[in-house]
Structures are given as structure tokens and as C-alpha cells.
Write a protein that binds this ligand. Sequence first.
Ligand code: PGA
Length: 252
Amino acid sequence: MVRKKIIAANWKMNCDLAQANQLLDAFANAELVLNEHKVAVFAVPFPYLILAKDKLAGKKGLCVAAQNMHGKKSGAYTGETSVDMLSSIGISHVIIGHSERREYFQESNQFLADKTKLAIAEGLVPIFCCGEPLEVREANAQNEYVAKQLEESLYGLSYIDFLHVVIAYEPIWAIGTGKTATSEQAQEMHAFIRSSIAHKYGKEVADKISILYGGSVKAANAKELFAMLDVDGGLVGGASLNATEFIQIINA
Ligand code: PGA
């Protein structure tokens, strides 16, 4: 079966307007090898979402994502952004549960379960992040750790809803550190995640879910990582801020 390949850029809290314009123009004009089975997703900061949409929309295989959303539909949540706002401006994807949100904004597995459910209900594709910190990896307890994240945030979803989920495995020790997981380590965890999904929802569903790897992906390692059987693309932070580098990653 053909699983969708997704190469996602996560700009995090970077770029002023001039830099955002420059980067988006570079991607809008680049020769990207994309089709219905392989898309590039740009998770830009909120102030640039409409800009990104205007510049990239309509180009084959290019999508725009938010980096976060709130878990409630609307209301008195000063400073927050709702899923309806995102869908009303044509955003198709949203990152949920990035480790930086879990760490700095105390987002719990339960809170992330609510967000994921709401995103799907409103027609957005959640890119759900999971992954273990260094001490868990050193104790060789990464499978249990990630299984708990999936269990508590995703496995309350119906089988139909779960089919909309994209998962990004991002070992925290590899994010922004330059220390990438080896392609074998990535494959091992991705296969574990897929087997966990198969156990919960059946093999047919598990085979359809795209599982991205994130953590110091760059042009130099993308090809090897993306060639692994269960690695269906990447979620790229630092290297997505360099147009030449990210274009190489997309085309890897
Ligand atoms: P990195 O970040 O590519 O800079 O390691 C990845 C991420 O946090 O999504």
C-alpha cells in the first residue's frame, strides 16, 4: 500500500516578516518533487499563516499548518487560537503535542487528547508528536514511554477518526541538538509505533498511518532516514529555515 509521505517544516518561534516572505517565496518558486502521495507542510508562526496560505496554496503538494491550537472550540482564553479560526483561513494541518509545548506549557496527554479530537472533528489533520527524553532512552524504556503517550492521547479516538492522524516521532534528545537518531533507531521505534496501532486498530489501519521522524533532520541524513520502511517523512525544525537545505530534504 502507498502511504502518504509528508515532509513538514516547523519554523517554531523564528523569522520576522521579511525573512518569512523570503523563505515562502523560495519555496513557492522551487522545483519540488511532490505529488498526491508526497506533500510538504509548512508550520509557520501564527502571524504568517495567511501569508503562507496566499503564497503556497494552489501549488501542487504544498500545505500550511499551525504549530498549535487550543483544545476548546471558543471562549475566554486570552492569547489562544481556536481550530475554527485555523480552518476558516484554510489551514489543513496542525502540530499537536510538540515536546516544547509539553515541557514549557505543561500540556498533558489528556489535554492533547482533547485537542486532537477537536482538530479532527473540524477537519484538520493533527500531526501528533511523541518521543522520549534522554534519561528514558538511557534506561531503555522508550517503548513504554511512547506507548503511554499514544494510549492516553490518541487511543480514545474512533477507528474512523484515527485514520486522519499523522504521527511524528521526535526523540527529545535529538531535537535541535544535532544528534540525530540513527536510521535503525528511528526504524525500530516507528515499527514499534505501527505495531502498537495495529494492536489497537488493526493492521489495515496501521499500514495507512504516516509516521514522521523528527530531530536534527538535515539534507545530509534525510535520504537515509526516509528510506527506512516505516519512516514516512520528517518533521524538520532548524534545517527548515534554510531554503536550499529544506528543498534538498523535500526532494531527498
Ligand atoms: P530540529 O527540530 O529539526 O531542529 O531538531 C525538530 C522539531 O522540533 O520538530
